[in-house]
Design a protein around this ligand. Structure first.
Ligand code: MTE
Length: 334
């Protein structure tokens, strides 16, 4: 007899409240006080003028050539212990430093929307059987798309619950055919100062880069995102291809990827390059290990406005704790 084991992070479908129920809570953002963010203090970004909300076109997800693939079927193995965060909140509270650091005034979403979504290619290189550069539509159409409800926890101590659409990173790894010497994957964001104004500045060592071990990348939870809320992802979420590794702080989840390299050496992420004392390679969520400038014991749920206790590995310990067994000398939680 097949007995399906319920994981600790699974709840019955009835416990995941539909997005529509929460859509009326748009007032909440105004009242949210953050613990101080990546952009605060030592990491201040490039100052940009206030923007009026404009109707953008080049990045309009409605014109996305893969539109017909959405909504993808939800994978019911991935459910939540909290309501899905309303789209108008997640769409307008973004960290995407290429477009500035003013998360809350629509500036990121508006500027990102001006970025053309096509043509877009992804270079697959390094220790693979055959290096190649592939059109994003060919990748998306070759992969088994599904929807997953994931918690999303930023190192700045805010959190969301997001219905991502995409495919398991391990599917792309298998397709890329890495050689045995590949120990890590390194992901790189586009570099285009014409559309991303902050890339004209010298504060950050662009392009944005981060990476995973091969064991992390091939864990079931590691997910490449192409869509959100049942449609192609708008640019501010990191279209057309973005990582989601929900047991790690959000800065590991590289947006708008143009290059995936299979490498032997551990990649040094953008934040680690900028401030290695505060942001490390592993960045696993842990309530007991404070950021040097603030506590990680609790988080602010941007959807409900509630403060919740932070969960070890963001609630995904059952799936990922084994990846780190015996790694005593490593700073796994920063
Ligand atoms: N990727 C790029 N290219 N640029 C960024 O500034 N910010 C990171 C991550 N990926 C970032 C990025 C951080 S700090 C977080 S918390 C998440 O994206 C935010 O994702 P969201 O805006 O969809 O919530």
């Amino acid at each position: 007899m097949l007995i399906r084991r319920r994981h600790s992070w699974e709840l019955p479908e009835s416990a995941a409240t539909p997005e529509t129920v929460y859509l009326s809570r748009r007032h909440l953002l105004g009242g949210i006080g953050l613990a101080g963010g990546l952009a605060a203090g030592a990491l201040a970004g490039v100052g940009l003028p206030e923007f009026a909300r404009a109707a953008p076109t080049p990045g309009d997800p409605a014109l996305d050539p893969t539109n017909d693939l959405y909504p993808a079927k939800r994978n019911d193995a991935y459910t939540l212990d909290r309501p899905v965060t309303p789209e108008d909140i997640t769409a307008n509270y973004n960290n995407f430093y290429e477009f500035g650091s003013e998360r809350r005034n629509y500036q990121i979403a508006d500027l990102a929307a001006r970025m053309p979504r096509r043509p877009w290619t992804v270079k697959i290189d390094g220790l693979v059987e055959k290096e190649r550069e592939v059109g994003i539509d060919d990748i998306i159409r070759a992969m088994p798309l599904e929807e997953r409800l994931y918690r999303h926890r930023c190192v700045e101590a805010w959190s969301m619950a997001v219905p991502w659409t995409g495919f398991a990173v391990k599917e792309l790894v298998a397709w890329a055919k890495p050689l045995s010497g590949a120990k890590f994957i390194r992901m790189e964001t586009f570099m285009n100062p014409k559309v991303a104004p902050a890339q004209n500045g010298f504060v950050y060592p662009w392009p944005y880069v981060d990476g995973l071990t091969m064991a992390e990348a091939t864990n079931d939870l590691a997910f490449f995102v192409t869509g959100v809320y049942g449609k192609p992802a708008p640019n501010q979420y990191g279209a057309p291809l973005r990582l989601a590794v929900p047991w790690k702080y959000g800065f590991k989840s590289v947006k708008s990827i143009v290059r995936i390299s299979f490498v032997a050496e551990r990649p040094v992420g953008l934040w680690e390059q900028v401030q290695g004392r505060e942001y490390g390679f592993w960045a696993n969520v842990n309530p007991a290990v404070p950021h040097p400038r603030w506590s990680q014991a609790t988080e602010r749920d941007l959807g409900t406005g509630e403060r919740r206790p932070t969960l070890i590995y963001n609630g995904y310990a059952e799936q990922v704790a084994g990846l780190y067994a015996g790694m005593t000398g490593e700073k796994l939680f920063m």
